[in-house]
Ligand binder design. Structure first.
Ligand code: IPM
Ligand code: MG
Length: 363
């Protein structure tokens, strides 16, 4: 078996964490007897510098023609002043939309070794194992009308529109129920149905899909987004699968990341189209870029998700996750998860330790 992987490192710490993660991918291919053909593309701020826009047609083609996309991070202060239409983040949104990646899976699982790395108390976070299923190609990120206009009296007005239609809600609800079936069979649907009509529809359709599409074996509950934000840090163990809109999912997944000790631990998979896209949840972290300080584990765990969801290599994925756990159990930490009595290591060293464990066949 041979797979074509588009590798888009992007900006800031993107290139350094992606470099380490692709080494893990190549290593897995060797061990499990498949081959990967990696083709690198320039995206985000790096593409603005080189080509004047965040995403070129040739990179979009590269992504569409691959079996999966591995992405680093995009953006940085250098490009902050640019018009929204050509900011680095646009590349990410265009890729998600063009590849039809409506389902973004963000597993939030605490490695026991990191139970005291969180800013929250150990007894609160210990045992956290939830999955955020975020709708990724709709809602306020893409809704029209949008833009900033100047009214006749000179006042400026900014507009964005939260829109969800029945089919968009149906397919993300199904994705959540199916994911829950492979887990603890509980879905919490998050909305703001006490205020927003788009949420009223969301709740109605999620309820209908649950009842009419044969998901009665899965338990469904609804929760308002403000309450969900509170419950996540009050008692994260009550959650199994959390399904929600594009913007609520963006916010809640950053919050949930802190349950695992650091956003530097969180992988993600964007699915729904023929090609899956895989990216760490963290951003480009320009303050530590190029200094060998970044945590490569989110991107390495992202490669595990790619192996599981796009390359049908579940065993290779398990082995990577096992190796990460073993290295953390061994007391090695990057800066973001550093604790007393632990060994501080850089990005390269952390990745090397993981590859050594993979080579030893740690499960
Ligand atoms: C994320 C990021 C992106 C988003 C940004 C960089 C556009 O925050 O993937 O969570 O808002 O979706
Ligand atoms: Mg985000």
């Amino acid at each position: 078996m041979s797979y074509k992987i588009a590798v888009l490192p992007g900006d800031g710490i993107g290139p350094e964490v992606v470099r380490e993660a692709t080494e893990v991918l190549k290593q897995s291919a060797k061990i499990y007897g498949f081959s990967v053909e990696l083709a690198e593309g320039v995206v985000g701020g790096a593409s603005i510098d080189a080509h004047g826009r965040p995403l070129t047609d040739s990179v979009m083609r590269l992504a569409k023609e691959s079996d999966a996309v591995l992405l680093g991070a995009m953006g940085g202060p250098k490009w902050d002043g640019l018009d929204y239409s050509i900011r680095p983040e646009r590349a990410l949104l265009a890729l998600r939309q063009e590849l039809a990646l409506f389902a973004n899976l963000r597993p939030v699982k605490l490695f026991t070794a990191l139970a005291s790395a969180s800013t929250l108390r150990r007894e609160v976070v210990e045992g956290t194992d939830l999955l955020v299923v975020r709708e990724l190609t709709g809602g306020i990120y893409f809704g029209e009308p949008k833009g900033i206009t100047r009214l006749p009296d000179g006042i400026e007005r900014g507009v964005n529109t939260e829109i969800y239609s029945t089919p968009e809600i149906e397919r993300i609800a199904k994705a959540a129920f199916e994911a829950a079936r492979k887990r603890r069979k509980k879905v919490m649907s998050v909305d703001k149905a006490n205020v927003l009509e788009s949420s009223e529809l969301w709740r109605k359709i999620v309820t209908r899909v649950h009842r009419e599409s044969g998901f009665e074996d899965v338990r469904l509950e609804h929760i308002l987004v403000d309450n969900c934000a509170m419950q996540l840090i009050r008692d994260p163990k009550q959650f199994d699968v959390v399904v929600t809109t594009n913007m609520f999912g963006d916010i809640l997944s950053d919050e949930a990341a802190m349950l695992t000790g650091s956003i530097g631990m969180l992988p993600s998979a964007s699915l729904g189209g023929r090609v899956g896209m895989y990216e760490p949840v963290h951003g480009s972290a320009p303050d530590i870029a190029g200094q060998d300080k970044a945590n490569p584990l989110a991107t390495i765990l992202t490669v595990a998700l790619m192996l599981r969801h796009s390359l049908d290599q579940g065993k290779a994925a398990d082995r990577i996750e096992g190796a990460v756990e073993a290295v953390l159990n061994g007391g090695y930490r990057t800066l973001d998860i550093q604790e007393k009595d632990c060994r501080l290591v850089g990005c390269k060293e952390m990745a090397r330790l993981v590859r050594d464990k993979i080579a030893q066949g740690a499960q």
